[in-house]
Design a binder for this molecule. Structure first.
Ligand SMILES: C[S@@+](CC[C@H](N)C(=O)[O-])C[C@H]1O[C@@H](n2cnc3c(N)ncnc32)[C@H](O)[C@@H]1O
Length: 307
């Protein structure tokens, strides 16, 4: 990838003409998550309030239903529950650091800014060039938002972050598409560059990663791209070995959802056999100072199902 390109300081536009979305296999997954958020938000009993997602799906010229299926129901609910974990973590961070910077790696068409912004925070989106180009057309950045066309694995995005008022890095729906060594490098790089900061990310379990790598992850006719990084929730403590600066590792559990399954979810997750193999959302807290520099040790030995 060439030089990272940054966009920002705009006024943040509103609705406009239809926009077509022709994205490669992995960037296209941002349309999948957007679609499921919008499906959930359209429900009268929605777990997620996200009118911006509904607006985008209406505006994007893309055959959502034909490509991703009718959806709704469980998938939309699970998506909303995952999003809720991230929204809570960002909202908590903004209470502690109201003028802090939220860095969203692989943000795609996430509309989180419009759900949790406090009017003072700074927001940096880091995504691949084609995803950033689409986001820029659909969600032009406002004065406190910047878009950076740069791979999350390219440490040059870190140069764009002002850590003075606190930093939270999010990687929602991203790390599964990276190779395990890249995940380790991203975590270690963040721990090294942002002492005192935190990172929140989700991971698919190894069995799920394996199915995706084998091309066997199909839902309503849509085949998900390979997901080389998988980590069982039970492997989470190994994340500390990514870098000596990883001082805290915390599990973020979804809140209870809708219907019988939604209500049972917190209890199901407590069953050892499910708890160890479920998708997970994790917060890493970075120490304010680190005694040593990054280790190249086996690091997250978790996450090699595709390698
Ligand atoms: C499943 S989507 C998630 C989008 C958004 N975070 C959400 O939850 O709706 C994956 C996103 O990761 C981005 N992505 C994939 N590989 C990336 C990389 N190496 N660097 C930055 N972004 C990447 C894709 O372009 C896409 O926007």
């Amino acid at each position: 990838m060439g030089e990272p390109t940054i966009t920002g300081t705009g006024s943040g536009g509103g609705m406009g003409e239809p926009v077509s979305a022709e994205l490669g296999e992995v960037p296209q997954t941002a349309l999948w998550t957007l679609y499921h958020r919008a499906l959930e938000a359209r429900r009268p009993d929605a777990l997620l309030v996200d009118p911006k997602a509904v607006e985008l799906v209406d505006r994007i010229d893309f055959p959502f239903e034909r490509v991703f299926g009718a959806g709704g129901g469980l998938q939309a609910q699970l998506q909303a529950l995952r999003v809720g974990c991230f929204d809570r973590e960002v909202a908590d961070f903004l209470l502690r650091c109201p003028r802090g910077t939220v860095v969203c790696l692989g943000e795609g068409l996430e509309t989180q800014f419009w759900r949790v912004d406090n009017g003072r925070a700074n927001w940096l989106t880091v995504d691949l060039p084609e995803a950033v180009a689409l986001r820029e057309r659909l969600l032009p950045p406002g004065p406190r938002q910047r878009l950076l066309a740069c791979s999350a694995t390219d440490p040059r995005w870190m140069d764009e972050v002002d850590p003075a008022q606190g930093v939270l890095i999010t990687a929602q729906g991203l790390l599964m598409y990276l190779r395990p060594a890249e995940v380790r490098q991203v975590i270690a790089g963040c721990a090294e560059r942002f002492p005192g900061g935190s990172m929140v990310f989700d991971a698919v379990p190894r069995w799920f990663s394996r199915l995706a790598v084998q091309g066997r992850l199909r839902s309503q006719g849509y085949q998900a791209p390979p997901m080389p990084f998988g980590m069982d929730a039970a492997e989470r403590p190994k994340l500390r070995t990514a870098h000596p600066g990883v001082a805290g590792v915390r599990d973020v559990l979804p809140q209870a959802g809708r219907g019988v399954l939604g209500a049972l979810l917190p209890y199901l997750q407590a069953l050892p056999v499910i708890a160890a193999k479920r998708p997970s959302v994790t917060v890493l807290d970075f120490a304010t100072t680190t005694a040593t520099t990054a280790t190249t040790a086996t690091a997250t030995e978790a996450g090699a199902s595709g390698s």
